[in-house]
Design a protein around this ligand. Structure first.
Ligand SMILES: C[S@@+](CC[C@H](N)C(=O)[O-])C[C@H]1O[C@@H](n2cnc3c(N)ncnc32)[C@H](O)[C@@H]1O
Length: 231
C-alpha cells in the first residue's frame, strides 16, 4: 500500500516558499512535509549534486539529459548557464507530473543570486509550453513533459540523468526497480545517473540492475550521495 497520504507535488495543493541556509529559496509541500531541495542550501545542493557531480562528469560535447522532477527549474537553469560557459550542446528533457505555477515560481530568488543575468531566460524556461521543443540558446534545447515517471518510457540515447524526485521515504514509488531499469535501458554506455540520495536500498537496487554505483561526498549537510554509471 502506498504510505503517502497526499498527492506528491499536486498542483492544487498549497505550497510555501522557504529560505534555505545558503540564502536560496525552496518550496515546501505541507501535505507531504517535504521540501523541493535541501534546507542546508538549495543552490549549493543543485550545484554539487547535479552540476559538479553530473554535468561536469560527462565528457561529451553533446549531452542528452533527462531530469526526473523538473520542479522549480533550478537544475535546468544552472545547466543552461554551464552549457553556455563550457560550450556544450545540451538537449534537456524535464519530466514532471505536477508543474508549478509561474505565480509561485516567479517569487523564487534564484535570478537574484546567480551572477549571470538569467531573469528572462528563467521566465522563458517556465512559460514555454509543455510537450514542445524550445531553444533557449544554440547551446540549450529543451522540452518539458508532463508525465508520470512511474509509467514514462525514456527514449534511448541518454548521456546524463538528474534523478531529483522527492525523498525515498516520502515518495518510495519514485525509487522503484522498474523506473531505474527503464532509465538504465535508455542510458548510453558511460551514461551517468546522479542523485542526492545515498540510501542503501537505492544503492543495492541500482547495482542489481547493472549500474556501477559510486558513493561520493554529498553536498553540505549530507555525508554521501550516489553517482551511478552504465558501464
Ligand atoms: C524534489 S522535487 C524536484 C526539484 C527540482 N528538480 C527542482 O530543481 O526544483 C520533485 C519533483 O517531482 C515531481 N513529481 C512528483 N511525483 C511525480 C511523478 N509521479 N512523476 C513525475 N514527477 C513527479 C514533483 O512535482 C516535483 O516537482
Amino acid at each position: 500500500m502506498n504510505p503517502i497520504k497526499t498527492n506528491p507535488g499536486n498542483s492544487s495543493e498549497k505550497k510555501e516558499i522557504k529560505k534555505t541556509k545558503d540564502g536560496s529559496n525552496t518550496i515546501f509541500v505541507p501535505g507531504l512535509k517535504e521540501h523541493y531541495h535541501s534546507m542546508h542550501g538549495a543552490l549549493q545542493e543543485s550545484r554539487h549534486v547535479f552540476i559538479k557531480e553530473g554535468f561536469h562528469k560527462c565528457t561529451k560535447d553533446v549531452i542528452y539529459l533527462l531530469e526526473a522532477g523538473f520542479g522549480t527549474g533550478l537544475n535546468a537553469i544552472l545547466t543552461y548557464i554551464e552549457a553556455e560557459k563550457n560550450k556544450k550542446k545540451i538537449f534537456y528533457l524535464g519530466i514532471d507530473q505536477y508543474p508549478l505555477d509561474w505565480k509561485l515560481v516567479s517569487k523564487l530568488n534564484y535570478p537574484d543570486l546567480l551572477p549571470e543575468d538569467i531573469r528572462e531566460t528563467f521566465k522563458e524556461l517556465h512559460q514555454s509550453k509543455w510537450g514542445v521543443t524550445n531553444m533557449l540558446s544554440p547551446w540549450f534545447t529543451f522540452q518539458k513533459i508532463k508525465a508520470n515517471l512511474g509509467t514514462y518510457n525514456p527514449t534511448p540515447g541518454l548521456d546524463l540523468v538528474y534523478f531529483d524526485a522527492f525523498g525515498p521515504d516520502k515518495q518510495p514509488e519514485m525509487w522503484s526497480h522498474d523506473i531505474f531499469f527503464r532509465i538504465f535501458e535508455a542510458l548510453n554506455r558511460g551514461g551517468i545517473l546522479t542523485t542526492y540520495s545515498a540510501k542503501g536500498s537505492v544503492k543495492r537496487m541500482l547495482k542489481d540492475i547493472g549500474y556501477k554505483v559510486n558513493l561520493i561526498k554529498g553536498p553540505p549537510g549530507k555525508r554521501q550521495m550516489i553517482r551511478a554509471v552504465k558501464k
